[in-house]
Design a protein around this ligand. Structure first.
Ligand code: MAN
Length: 565
């Protein structure tokens, strides 16, 4: 089917309904369609349709001489074919008489019995060519110029057309079904976003309250921590250092004491042994042997034994020493307690509250803290916390606040994202919401092209290599096109179309960033029909999709016309 034929379908279509009435009406002059019959009712005279001031005798109709400036006196000949034809877009002459320099009639009317009635351009009347596509009954060649005979092919053509039309109707109904599904899916997705927005708004309110409370808590903890007297830097402060030194020293002394005690015990036992030997020696020596050396030794032993101090009872002292050496004993110093105690040195030294009854102690403690805070806040006492590390209580409070704040920030940015999404243009019935991210691809020339709805377009060389970005989704546009041809060669006519614009793709060497205009037309399923590179790195894709079936400018859903599919 050629381009001309395609555009002529528009002329043919309005007549679908008219044909039924045609038969019942009175005979009209040759070439007059039923819509214009009323102008030709008078059997005596004729008034030019757009020029009522010109009245002609009835014999002047179809006399092969052009009398009316609008050609209305020659509906069945080519005599007025030099007058500009009636554009399908212009209002009918009989509806508006403002434009009178063009034809009043849309063309020569072919009844096409058995098929669909149609208008043929006046230039085609009696031109010696059978215009079967528009005039299947051959009535446009009624004069038989040069022996031209156009048989009536309407039965055959009509049958074929009916078959095709049935297939088209089936396809159309599938497309409509699919479109409905897409609309439902788009609504579901939109609802999902709206629900999420509601959840987030509630969540944010609660989170704001939480953050506020945690901010207060942090301030209170910081304030209360200020009230605590702080140790100087390093674990344990001065007393801590002293404690540590003392611990080491005590350990050292304990070890020495243990060694000395062991040595003493060993010496004591040896002295005992020696004294026993000498005692035995004194008892057992024979004084009758006049051995001067032995006598001197016995005398010395006797002197030693006489001057030896009486044996003291050291049991208690030894027990004390044993106790000192036993680290697990009751009296041993519990160094761990000193080291683990987080209270400040001063508090440790001056915990006089400890001497007070519980209720009074708490009261005194609070008063002291409050006093300390007041002194710090009035600059009388230095805030010892400023240099030192933060206390665990403050860190914990700060961590809790940061994590709540983080959650709040995340929820807020997610909310903004969804709110933006809701005001974004997703086309008629928000239908592209349902198609967003779904992709179709098609081989063309040396590339495979891909179109991902509302996302991007790419090309990939069949020889290998990566994808080249041909643009990222920018916006939905409405453009006027001459024709959009699907791959199967069936025309979709011209007119206003939805188009998806993709911009800022990969930069083109010596050219712009790649961009693609995806022109959409109604089809049963999503498919790329045609890809052209209109200028260097400026691409155009013609894509079929059920999403635009029956959608006309300024409207949401309307039933699809025969122009598409
Ligand atoms: C690649 C493809 C072509 C494009 C040239 C420009 O080969 O993207 O479509 O025309 O680069 O250099």
């Amino acid at each position: 089917m050629g381009r001309q034929a395609l555009s002529s379908i528009a002329l043919l279509l309005p007549l679908l309904t008219a044909t039924a009435n045609a038969a019942s009406e009175a005979p009209r002059p040759r070439g007059v369609g039923p819509d214009f019959a009323k102008f030709y009712k008078d059997t005596a005279s004729f008034v030019c349709i757009n020029n009522p001031e010109i009245k002609l005798d009835i014999s002047r109709i179809n006399d092969d001489y052009c009398d009316c400036p609008d050609g209305s006196d020659e509906p069945g000949t080519a005599a007025c074919s030099h007058i500009s034809p009636l554009s399908p877009k212009q209002p009918s002459r009989f509806e508006s008489s403002k434009i009178n320099e063009s034809q009043a009639l849309p063309g020569f009317y072919c009844k096409n019995k058995g098929h669909i009635a149609s208008y043929v351009p006046f230039t085609n009347v009696n031109d010696g060519v059978c215009d079967y596509e528009l005039c299947c009954d051959g009535s446009d060649e009624w004069e038989g110029v040069g022996g031209t005979k156009c048989e009536d092919r309407c039965a055959k053509i009509g049958k074929e057309w009916k078959k095709q039309d049935e297939a088209r109707q089936k396809s159309l109904s599938n497309a409509n079904k699919r479109r409905k599904e897409l609309v439902a899916e788009a609504e579901r997705l939109k609802k999902e976003v709206e629900d999420r927005i509601q959840t987030l708004q509630t969540q944010i309110k609660a989170q704001e309250v939480k953050v506020e409370a945690l901010t207060k808590t942090l301030a209170e903890v910081e304030r209360s921590e200020k009230g605590k007297v702080v140790r100087s830097a390093g674990k344990g402060g001065k007393l801590g250092v002293l404690t540590s030194l003392a611990k080491d020293k005590v350990k050292e002394l304990t070890e020495s004491l243990r060694t000395v005690k062991e040595q003493r015990d060993a010496s004591k036992s040896r002295i005992g042994e020696l004294e026993a030997i000498l005692t035995k020696f004194k008892e057992e020596y024979n004084p009758n042997f006049n051995d001067e050396g032995v006598k001197r030794a016995v005398k010395a032993w006797e002197d030693y034994a006489a001057s030896r101090p009486a044996e003291e009872d050291n049991t208690a002292r030894d027990r004390d020493v044993e106790d000192l050496l036993n680290l697990d004993s009751e009296s041993a110093i519990k160094w761990d307690e000193f080291e683990a105690d987080e209270e400040s040195d001063v508090e440790l030294l001056y915990k006089f509250e400890e001497y007070l009854p519980e209720s009074l102690r708490t009261w005194v403690d609070e008063k002291l803290r409050a006093l300390r805070i007041t002194l710090i806040e009035n600059g009388i006492l230095a805030d010892a916390h400023t240099d030192g590390p933060e206390s665990k209580a403050v860190t914990d409070a700060r961590d809790q606040l940061s994590s709540a704040q983080r959650e709040l920030d995340n929820d807020r940015s997610e909310l903004i994202k969804h709110q933006d999404d809701l005001i974004k243009d997703f086309g008629p019935d928000s239908i592209f919401r349902a198609l967003k991210g779904s992709c179709v691809s098609q081989d063309s020339g040396e590339y495979t092209y891909e179109h991902c709805f509302l996302d991007k377009t790419t090309q990939k060389s069949k020889k290998g290599g990566g994808h080249t970005g041909m643009g990222n989704f920018a916006r939905i546009e409405k453009i006027v096109v001459d024709d959009v041809l699907p791959a199967n060669g069936e025309g979709l006519g011209s007119g206003e179309r939805y188009a998806l614009k993709y911009e800022n793709g990969q930069h083109c060497w010596n050219g712009p960033n790649r961009s693609t205009m995806v022109v959409l037309a109604c089809a049963e399923k999503d498919e790329i029909w045609k890809i052209t590179e209109e200028e260097k790195c400026v691409y155009r894709m013609e894509v079929g999709t059920p999403a635009v079936c029956g959608v006309k400018e300024g409207q949401q859903t309307v039933p699809p016309t025969h122009n598409e599919l």
